[in-house]
Design a binder for this molecule. Structure first.
Ligand code: NAD
Length: 270
């Protein structure tokens, strides 16, 4: 073989350990940002992706994009704070495909207020989506994976806010810290059944969640993040989708109960 032939050689399945062909994935928050990018990447890796979210229009757009890319997507509207709706979504994926291999619980909301000014209603709303919604999604997924005989991978979404004390982010960071602890506990309880559970703690990613400020605040915050990152940039949803695919796939087969931090090096905890 010449060097030129070696360079142009492409095996039929380039990265078998990332291949999700024949597997079923459920992704919450799939109508936007990180959830949409993750749904698209998992579909490109071969999974049938059940895309779940409150936002029906955004779901249709995600499913349309995946269809154009040759993948399989099933849009499923749901509110993750309603356990019955979560149960129905998981049941649908299992009934239609006979299995559930991957669940990525990505749906989330942001709220900003100081500790002193935090209202009960805001705390309850953020905990309902960012913690209880993730809990319901993981609980129902574990039950379904075990019943279907397809123990798989659970991926939850925390945030760099668990590694620092971010002023104004009490509700958000408390819910994310609870999600980290729940994910580790899930890993400890379900490892013997072959189920893995890991959590992603992204840094600042450009999505509708972080674009909710006016332009000046947005630019200032992004500039600060760029200065703090050794990579000198903020993240894009695709940066996180790569981590989700890694955790969803056999490429991470010996990894459970871990926090992965795609954050541009902004924080480097042990
Ligand atoms: P996003 O706003 O683009 O997407 C969040 C999605 O969650 C939306 O489609 C929304 O409709 C959906 N959602 C909200 N409440 C829901 C509910 N009750 N039921 C079902 N779906 C619901 O935000 P994003 O930036 O893509 O965030 C995705 C996840 O990543 C969140 O959990 C967020 O906390 C986390 N995260 C984001 C960043 C960032 O910088 N963008 C950083 C760290 C962590």
């Amino acid at each position: 073989m010449t060097i030129r032939q070696i360079r142009s050689y492409r095996p039929a399945m380039p990265l078998p350990s990332y291949d999700l062909t024949g597997r079923t994935a459920l992704i919450t928050g799939a109508a936007s940002g990180i959830g949409r990018a993750s749904a698209r990447l998992l579909a490109r890796a071969g999974a049938a992706v059940y895309c779940a979210d409150l936002d029906e229009k955004g779901l249709a757009e995600t499913a349309g994009l995946i269809g154009q890319e040759g993948g399989t997507a099933v849009p499923h509207p749901l509110d993750v704070t309603d356990r019955a709706q979560v149960t129905a979504a998981v049941a649908r994926a299992c009934q239609e495909t006979g299995r559930l291999d991957v669940t990525a619980a990505i749906a989330g909301i942001m709220h900003t207020s100081s500790v002193v000014d935090t209202l009960d209603a805001d705390l309850e709303r953020v905990l309902a989506v960012n913690f209880k919604g993730v809990l319901y999604t993981c609980q129902e997924s574990v039950r379904a994976m075990l019943a279907a005989g397809t123990p798989g991978s659970l991926v939850t979404m925390a945030s760099g806010a668990v590694d620092t004390a971010a002023p104004g982010l009490l509700c958000y960071s408390a819910a994310k810290a609870a999600t980290v602890q729940m994910t580790k506990t899930l890993a400890a309880e379900n490892g013997p059944h072959g189920i893995r559970a890991n959590v992603v703690a992204p840094g600042w990613i450009r999505t509708p969640m972080t674009s909710r400020h006016d332009t000046a605040v947005q630019e200032q915050t992004e500039a600060a993040m760029v200065r703090m990152s050794p990579l000198r940039r903020v993240g894009e949803p695709e940066d996180i989708a790569g981590t989700v695919l890694f955790l969803a796939s056999d490429a991470s087969s010996f990894m459970t109960g871990q926090i992965l931090r795609p954050n541009g090096g902004v924080a480097m905890p042990w």
